[in-house]
Ligand binder design. Sequence first.
Ligand code: SF4
Ligand code: SF4
Length: 99
Amino acid sequence: MSPPRRPTRLLPVIDPARCTGCGRCVAVCAPHVLCLERQGWEKTALLHDAKGCTGCRLCALRCPFGAIEMRAAPPAVQCLASSSACSPITAATAPAQAR
Ligand code: SF4
Ligand code: SF4
């Protein structure tokens, strides 16, 4: 009998092309693991602490621009999530959306 599978962690992936930097997702995130990062003249939301993310989806629901998708975390992040390290997730580094 195989051991039970751990549930897949879902983390927010922010599309910088859609993000306006409005900050609504940052405001709604209870554990404060999202921030706004300045990129030139613009700001973009960033998940700065993947370990602290609960996967609650509130940020994705709150974003009025459809800039956040919840996706299965890559194995490296799943591993980091159980350590003290954290890693920002972007649309470029995340895998295709889990179906
Ligand atoms: S709510 Fe959406 S558009 Fe606004 S900062 Fe967050 S990801 Fe960007
Ligand atoms: S899924 Fe929840 S905990 Fe994670 S970044 Fe979004 S609002 Fe914060």
